[in-house]
Design a protein around this ligand. Structure first.
Ligand code: AMP
Ligand code: ZN
Length: 113
């Protein structure tokens, strides 16, 4: 999708602070962190939200979870993090390329992101 922010990051057309990469997923730091650890995990392929991704490609959805776990490990929050998929504008989704927020590090009780 040429007008999608995160597709542009996948394509290398927009800079990002990469944390982890696999064949079909990418993890990079949120540009406006809401927690000491705040990393976004995306599939490289474009799906608008987690419901679309899960319906179309459950294996890829599993790869996103595995990458989120690898990120948590790398960031030192292996057993203590929150994974959030905002879905729909009314629930705070602003970028319509599915992404998991990996949140953690020194606080508990994170609210909406
Ligand atoms: P959401 O509101 O769940 O759709 O989350 C979108 C997230 O993307 C927000 O937390 C933004 O801070 C983050 N974001 C927006 N643009 C960028 C960017 N260019 N690089 C990294 N994170 C971004
Ligand atoms: Zn996209």
């Amino acid at each position: 999708m040429s007008d999608c922010l995160f597709c542009k990051i996948v394509a290398g057309d927009l800079p990002a602070s990469l944390v982890h990469e696999t064949g079909n997923t990418l993890a990079f730091r949120d540009i406006s962190p809401k927690a000491p650890v705040h990393v976004l995990v995306i599939p490289k392929a474009h799906y608008a939200n987690v419901a679309e991704l899960g319906a179309a490609d459950p294996a890829l959805a599993g790869d996103v979870l595995a990458t989120a776990a690898a990120v948590a490990e790398k960031e030192g929050v292996r057993d203590t993090f929150r994974l959030v998929f905002n879905t729909g504008a009314a629930m705070g989704q602003t970028v319509f390329h599915v992404h998991a927020h990996v949140l953690g590090g020194g606080r508990t009780g994170f609210g909406e992101v």
